[in-house]
Write a protein that binds this ligand. Structure first.
Ligand SMILES: Cc1cc2nc3c(=O)[nH]c(=O)nc-3n(C[C@H](O)[C@H](O)[C@H](O)COP(=O)(O)OP(=O)(O)OC[C@H]3O[C@@H](n4cnc5c(N)ncnc54)[C@H](O)[C@@H]3O)c2cc1C
Length: 484
C-alpha cells in the first residue's frame, strides 16, 4: 500500500520509466556487492537531471521519507543497502562527462560517470585520472567521492580526496551547495574533505570536478615471487624505506595467486607463497634507476623469482590477475566476505601471520590480496552461506581481523567505508566524543536524519549495548555516557 502511494507521488515528479515499484523489478537494487545483506527498497527512482533529483529530495524531505543514494552498487560495506520504507535514489542515469579541460587539467562529471570512463575520455589529451579502484570498469565517480575510494595508484597519487577539486551537492531538502574550487586553496572550512567519504549521509553529489594528471613518460611493472608472506611484507617496507615511491605496490598470498592464475592465466608463479607487483612510473631515466634499485632490494629481501614487464600488453597481463583477484577468489567457495582494514606498513608481516592464525582458529580459509604499499589489507574470508552458522563465523572472523587492525594502530576501513557492515567496529575505533561530533555534523546537514539513515556512524546506545564504549585514555568521560 505504502509502495503504491509513494510510487504514485514520485511519478508526478519523474518520467514514468524512472520509478520502479514492483518487487521483481526492485530485486536487482536490493543491495550492493556485500551480498550477505539484502533489503528491497519501498521504491527506487532513476532521475535523469539534477532538477529531478532536487524534486525527489524536496518531496521526500517534506514528507519525512528516508532516501538512500546509490551509484553503481559496487560498494563492499552495504552503504547503498536500501531502507525498507524509503526511496532508493539511483544516480546511474546522470552519466554525462560535462567537460574535459586539458589546459586546466580537470574533468567535470555527472555523478553516474564510470571511473574508467574518465581516463578513457582524458587519454586523447595525454591525461588520466589517477584513483583506480579495481571495480573501475563499473563504479561511479559519485560513489567514489562518497566512499573516498582508493586503488592501485593511490600509494603515489592519493585517494579520491587528493584528486578532487569541487563537488556540487544537494542537501536532503534539495538545496544546492557548491563546495571547492579549481584553485589550490579555498577560504572557509574544508567542506570538500568532510563530504569526501561521507557515505551519502550529508548530501547527494550531483557534479564532481577532478584533477587530471599527465600520463607518465614510462611505466614498468616488476613481479616478484617469495617463499613466505613475511619475506614479501618485509620487502614492501624495504623498498619504501629506501626512498622509492612506487606508483603501486600490491601483494597476493598463495590462495589468491593460484585463484587468479587459474582464472586469467597472468603468468603468476603458482608455487610462490606470496607475490608482489610493483609499478614504477615517471621520466625515462628515473624509471631505469628505480627499476635497478628495486630489483636489487627485492632480491636482497629473498625474492625467488623476478620478472620485469615494460610492453603495455605485458603489463596489462600482470595487472589482469590482480584486478580480477576478487572474482577469481569468488570461484573458490560459494561466498566470500571482503574485509578492508589499514595498518602501519611496518606491521604487515606480523598482522598477516596473525590473520593466518585467526583463519585456523575460526576454521575458514582467508585469501589475501591487497594494496601493500598503503598497508591497506583486503582479507577475503571464504564461506558457504548455506551451511549452518557459516556466515556468522565469517562475520566473527572479519570483526576480529578489524579489531586486530585497530590494535596495531590502524583503522577499520581503508577505502570501502563503514556502511551497514562496520557499525560495531566503529565503537572499537572511536570514543563517545568523536562519535558525537560525527552525529552533530550529520545533523548540521540533515537535521531530520533522513539521508542514508542507520549507516556509517553508530548510535552511542549501540556502542554502549555492545559493552565496547571505548573512552580513549586521557579524555574526560563524556556527559552523554551518563545517560546509558
Ligand atoms: C570487485 C570489486 C573491487 C573493488 N575494488 C575497490 C578498490 O580497489 N578500491 C576501492 O576503494 N573500492 C573498491 N571496491 C568498492 C567499490 O567499488 C567502491 O566503494 C566504489 O566507490 C563504489 O561506487 P558505486 O558507484 O558502486 O557506489 P555504491 O555502491 O552505489 O554506493 C556506495 C556509497 O556511496 C553513496 N553514494 C553513491 N553515489 C552517491 C552520490 N552521488 N551522492 C552521495 N552518495 C552517494 C551510497 O549511498 C553508498 O553509501 C571494489 C568493489 C568490487 C565489487
Amino acid at each position: 500500500m505504502r509502495r503504491e502511494l509513494l510510487a504514485g507521488q514520485l511519478r508526478e515528479l519523474l518520467p514514468a520509466d524512472a520509478v520502479i515499484a514492483t518487487p521483481e523489478a526492485l530485486r536487482p537494487y536490493a543491495g550492493d556487492a556485500l551480498t550477505a545483506y539484502r533489503q528491497l527498497p519501498c521504491v527506487a527512482v532513476l532521475p535523469e537531471t539534477v532538477e529531478q533529483v532536487q524534486a525527489v529530495l524536496h518531496w521526500c524531505s517534506e514528507h519525512q521519507v528516508p532516501v538512500v543514494p546509490r551509484g553503481a552498487g559496487t560498494g563492499l560495506s552495504g552503504g547503498a543497502l536500501p531502507h525498507e520504507s524509503g526511496v532508493l535514489l539511483v544516480l546511474a542515469r546522470l552519466d554525462r562527462i560535462l567537460e574535459i579541460d586539458p589546459h586546466r587539467r580537470l574533468a567535470r562529471l555527472q555523478p553516474g560517470v564510470r571511473n574508467l570512463a574518465i581516463s578513457e575520455a582524458a587519454a586523447p589529451f595525454g591525461l588520466y585520472y589517477a584513483p583506480d579502484p579495481s571495480s573501475q570498469i563499473a563504479c561511479s565517480i559519485g560513489g567514489n567521492v562518497a566512499e573516498n575510494s582508493g586503488g592501485v595508484h593511490c600509494l603515489k597519487y592519493g585517494l579520491t580526496v587528493h584528486n578532487l577539486l569541487a563537488v556540487r551537492m544537494l542537501t536532503m531538502d534539495g538545496e544546492l551547495l557548491e563546495i571547492g574550487t579549481d584553485g589550490l586553496d579555498a577560504p572557509g572550512l574544508d567542506l570538500l574533505a568532510l563530504v569526501t567519504g561521507s557515505e551519502g549521509l550529508l548530501g547527494v553529489v550531483v557534479e564532481v570536478t577532478v584533477r587530471l594528471l599527465p600520463a607518465p613518460e614510462r611505466v614498468q611493472v616488476l613481479m616478484a615471487g617469495f617463499d613466505s608472506v613475511v619475506a614479501a611484507a618485509d620487502a614492501v617496507s624495504a623498498v619504501i624505506a629506501n626512498g622509492v615511491l612506487p606508483a603501486g605496490m600490491e601483494m597476493m598470498d598463495r590462495l589468491a595467486i593460484q585463484a587468479a592464475e587459474d582464472f586469467v592465466h597472468a603468468g603468476y608463479p603458482r608455487d610462490a607463497a606470496a607475490l608482489l607487483l610493483c609499478e614504477l612510473d615517471g621520466a625515462d631515466r628515473e624509471v631505469d634507476a628505480q627499476a635497478s634499485q628495486v630489483s636489487a632490494l627485492l632480491r636482497q629481501a629473498g625474492a625467488t623469482s623476478l620478472e620485469v614487464a615494460e610492453a603495455p600488453e605485458q603489463r596489462a597481463r600482470l595487472w589482469a590477475g590482480r584486478k580480477a583477484a576478487f572474482p577469481a577468489v569468488g570461484r573458490l567457495a560459494p561466498d566470500y566476505y571482503c574485509m578492508d582494514g589499514t595498518i602501519p606498513r611496518h606491521r604487515l608481516a606480523e598482522v598477516l601471520t596473525r590473520i593466518g592464525e585467526l583463519s585456523e582458529t575460526h576454521g575458514l580459509p582467508v585469501a589475501n590480496v591487497f594494496h601493500a604499499g598503503d598497508g591497506n589489507l583486503h582479507p577475503l574470508v571464504l564461506y558457504d552461506a548455506n551451511r549452518d552458522q557459516e556466515l556468522a563465523r565469517a562475520e566473527a572472523l572479519g570483526a576480529r581481523i578489524l579489531e586486530l587492525c585497530v590494535e596495531v594502530g590502524g583503522t577499520i576501513t581503508g577505502e570501502h567505508g563503514v556502511g551497514h557492515e562496520k557499525l560495531d567496529q566503529m565503537c572499537v575505533q572511536f570514543g563517545s566524543i568523536e562519535l558525537e561530533c560525527f552525529h552533530r555534523l550529520k545533523a548540521a546537514f540533515d537535521p531530520a536524519g533522513l539521508l542514508n539513515p542507520g549507516k556509517a556512524v553508530p548510535t552511542l546506545a549501540r556502542c554502549s549495548e555492545l559493552g565496547g564504549m571505548h573512552v580513549h585514555q586521557g579524555k574526560l568521560p563524556h556527559p552523554e555516557l551518563e545517560r546509558f
